[in-house]
Design a protein around this ligand. Structure first.
Ligand SMILES: [Zn+2]
Length: 425
């Protein structure tokens, strides 16, 4: 077990322990928070006082006692402000407006043409999705200068598909888009006059699973994302795993088949070449190159066509599901063997559409790919994090950044997170 005070992950920051306890428990007394977080009552009392003075918490109720002062029941004050979480994928931008209790309020989505990927096009898509979520879409109203909800936005968290590098501002290396060292924060700052925090979707899904998914009952887990690309968000002993360059979790580019199919990363035999949507299309073409599902020009429509065909009993697609589950079980087996994690949750639109066919088959086959010692507690299931887990995780990161900007004490604050954040103007 990592010592609590030396890890720099979010959960070990005392103030996030307090907030997370309130997300989990609902309105709570200081004593209940201390018991839940295992922080000292003095630490909890200090943090609560600061949160109250900043308006982040409010007293939700007073409970009378026979002796002494009444208990104050504390809650996150959702009216303190708004946070936007943005999920940028290769085929869409989805933005969700949250209150600071991270309850979703409204949503905006912009479709991206997966064949168009200039910086200006993608940044414009992000700005339009945020405007749609906040309700200033269309017309001339720019986010940051409008009225109403816009003025209440405390921060925007944006997930970018690719390697998000914390050095020298935030740069994004997105090989699928042929982006190299793109200074994404500078570009976004021109469109969004709100503090922006940028990270990678694998970190976002891991954080949302830790706060709102199986993290409530387990300390170690992998959240496996299956979509255009594939990857894993990883938490071990309650710590979000980033690695030296924020690139941990690129499980999609680990080896499934030596000298196998070409991958978009330029190597051969990667997991993504079998489990990314293009990989699934390739598998189908190997079984039946004339299958009508392959006529779908857009990846999401292809996956939907596969799900519809499976439900109708198409035997070719049943074979496709069998092969895909076989690849997934083998690749997950390596993840479990390497990390010794008891929980794997599946997220992303391929997971959602095909879970009914993939999950039972993967559960049945996984024992063939895992050392027996890792099996007894192993659970594989579709993530139960509500809504869009990338947007939710990015909103949680942006909330962390906002609290950091307030100057609240943060003895174990993550230095990477701070460096990666644009100064408030
Ligand atoms: Zn690859």
């Amino acid at each position: 077990m990592v010592p609590r005070q030396t890890s720099r992950d979010l959960r070990n920051e005392s103030r996030f322990e307090v907030l997370r306890a309130l997300f989990e428990l609902g309105p709570s007394t200081r004593q209940e928070i201390a018991r839940h977080t295992r922080l000292s009552t003095a630490t909890v009392a200090t943090l609560v006082t600061e949160f109250l003075s900043e308006g982040v918490l409010r007293i939700a109720a007073l409970e009378r006692r026979t002796v002494g002062r009444p208990y104050e029941r504390l809650a996150i004050d959702p009216e303190r402000g708004r946070i936007v979480g943005v999920d940028v994928a290769e085929t869409y931008v989805a933005a969700t407006l949250f209150d600071i209790a991270l309850t979703p309020i409204s949503h905006g989505e912009v479709t991206l043409d997966e064949h168009e990927n200039s910086q200006a096009y993608v940044v414009d898509g992000i700005v339009r999705a945020v405007e749609a979520a906040v309700g200033t879409g269309a017309g001339e109203a720019a986010v940051g200068t409008g009225a109403g909800e816009v003025d209440r936005i405390l921060g925007v968290g944006v997930s970018m598909p690719g390697q998000v590098s914390p050095g020298a501002g935030v740069s994004v290396f997105a090989p699928n888009w042929d982006w190299h060292e793109v200074k994404i924060e500078e570009l976004l700052a021109q469109g969004l006059r709100i503090p922006v925090y940028v990270d990678n979707p694998l970190k976002a899904v891991a954080l949302s699973e830790m706060w709102f998914g199986v993290g409530r009952i387990a300390d170690s887990m992998a959240v496996v994302n299956l979509g255009t690309g594939v990857g894993a968000g990883i938490a071990i002993d309650g710590a979000l795993i980033r690695g030296a360059n924020n690139n941990a979790g690129e499980w999609g580019h680990t080896l499934l088949q030596l000298d196998g199919r070409e991958c978009r990363c330029g190597r051969r035999g990667c997991v993504e070449a079998y489990l990314g949507v293009q990989g699934i299309e390739t598998s189908l073409a190997e079984i039946d190159k004339d299958h009508p599902a392959l006529q779908q020009p857009l990846q999401r429509d292809f996956i939907e066509a596969v799900a519809t065909g499976l439900a109708a009993g198409d035997p070719v697609l049943a074979e496709l599901a069998r092969r895909t589950a076989h690849y997934l079980a083998a690749a997950l087996g390596d993840l479990v063997t390497l990390l010794d994690i008891p929980y794997i949750t599946l997220t992303g639109w391929t997971s959602t559409a095909l879970a009914e066919w993939l999950v039972p088959a993967v559960r049945a086959e996984l024992p063939d790919h895992v050392l027996p010692g890792s099996l007894p507690d192993l659970t594989v299931e579709v993530s139960r994090v509500p809504g869009n887990p990338v947007a939710l995780g990015m909103a949680a990161f942006a909330l962390e950044h906002f609290l950091g900007q307030l100057g609240l004490p943060s003895p174990a604050s993550a230095p990477i997170a701070r460096r990666r954040t644009r100064p408030q103007s």
